[in-house]
Design a protein around this ligand. Structure first.
Ligand SMILES: *Cc1c(COP(=O)(O)O)cnc(C)c1O
Length: 398
């Protein structure tokens, strides 16, 4: 670094701070709201996916968006230790975060090559997904500058998602460029595409995408290019299109224990994330009292309300107000009134023994009951991905 870091005055100074790394040790950790990440479930899910696709198919574990909210570094280490071939992220920044944490496995960057990121990609040995000639030119120039050996890249074709990827018709020109002099700085390790509708129960789209993909494989082969890693399937695809596994699959949500919907979940997965808090205090209020912002809820009986320190700033969506339930002592309690930024109110009238400090489960099992991610997603009218990705930074992961 060229200039010294700017230091602000210490907020707390005292013997208890001495010798501690401020980035790793929060000043206090008293908040009772936290997300529990079950590493054994992550390992189990990776092995379940590997068992499903068979030993010859590689697993590229998708850990973008901070490992779908589970913590990218921990998730990445766990998946690699459990046998994943490599990892996938969306952003170069996410790839750098893994490298800085000492992760050595291949890291695919799914989101493309933004001008200015090519030197970092080469320097950090990230594996970019490419689909445009500009990508190839930027990367080849960066490899030449650095004197590094040829950089593995994965070519992406757009077979119907209309998002990222070269159109099949544009492939021959890209392959010809790669066969030229500058192309020698790159090595096409993979060919990939992405399903648009693999999670639709009446999916009529994926077969056509697959056919196009096979055509692209043939296009490359006819020009002497045989990428060893052909890959197509996300979680839904690997469950529903067993003939589309090719050399590698790219599961994300399945590794965290869910599916894009209950019906497209691989059998035997275990949800890795659960979210818990504790009752901060109990209010006893008469029938007729109105609750929370907007006074949209009126108590219909004399009630005991539990105050729970979790709100939409934690990723507990406000639009679930009036629908959400939580578990206390293994029983379901309704969330009453609008969920606020930091606090929610729950009805514990039917649990006379419930008291301050009582454990509250917002996602996951407690006693014999469980609130699963599909239930939460339905209350919030979102997909399960948005629930785990949305649990915010201020909720510590344990
Ligand atoms: C996010 C992503 C995946 C993983 O999708 P899941 O539905 O979570 O399994 C796979 N491939 C690509 C290109 C992605 O962007």
């Amino acid at each position: 670094m060229s200039s010294p870091p700017v230091r602000s005055a210490p907020i707390f100074s005292g013997p208890e701070r001495r010798g501690r790394d401020r980035r790793q040790a929060p000043i206090v950790e008293v908040r009772p709201t936290y997300a529990h990440i079950d590493a054994a479930a992550l390992i189990h899910n990776l092995r379940t996916v590997q068992g499903h696709v068979g030993p010859r198919c590689r697993v590229l574990a998708v850990v973008k968006a901070d490992g779908y909210g589970h913590g990218a570094i921990e998730a990445a280490r766990t998946f690699v230790d459990a046998g994943a071939w490599g990892l996938a992220v969306s952003l170069v920044e996410e790839g750098v975060e893994l490298r800085q944490a000492g992760v050595l496995a291949p890291v695919l960057v799914l989101g493309g090559v933004h001008p200015g990121s090519e030197d970092v990609i080469v320097h950090r040995s990230l594996t970019p997904v490419v689909w445009a000639r500009e990508h190839l030119q930027l990367l080849a120039a960066a490899v030449r500058r650095s004197g590094a050996p040829p950089l593995p890249v994965h070519l992406k074709v757009d077979t119907g998602m209309s998002r990222l990827g070269a159109l099949p018709a544009d492939l021959p020109a890209l392959v010809d460029w790669l066969a030229g002099e500058d192309g020698q700085h790159l090595q096409v390790e993979g060919l990939m595409t992405h399903f648009a509708c693999a999670d639709d129960l009446d999916d009529a789209v994926s077969p056509g995408q697959l056919e196009q993909f096979r055509g692209c494989v043939a296009t490359l082969a006819s020009r002497g290019l045989h990428p060893p890693l052909r890959h197509v399937c996300n979680s839904a695809g690997l469950v529903r299109l067993p003939h589309a596994h090719f050399d590698m699959v790219r599961p994300g949500i399945a590794l965290y224990g869910a599916g894009s919907g209950r019906e497209v979940q691989l059998a035997g997965l275990r949800m890795a994330m659960s979210v818990h808090s504790r009752i901060l205090g109990i209010r006893t209020l008469p029938a007729g009292a109105k609750v929370s912002y907007g006074h949209r809820t009126t108590l219909t009986r004399d009630s005991r309300l539990g105050i729970v320190p979790v709100g939409y700033a934690d990723g507990y969506p406000r639009r679930m107000s009036g629908q959400a339930q939580v578990l206390v002592r293994g029983h379901r309690c309704a969330v009453l009134g609008n969920i606020t930024m930091d606090v929610s109110m729950i009805d514990v009238s039917d649990l006379p023994d419930a008291r301050e400090g009582e454990r509250v489960t917002l996602l996951g099992a407690q006693g014999r009951d469980r609130i699963d991610v599909y239930e939460l997603a339905a209350w919030a009218d979102v997909i399960p991905y948005e629930i785990t990705c949305g649990i915010s930074k201020r909720v510590p992961r344990r």
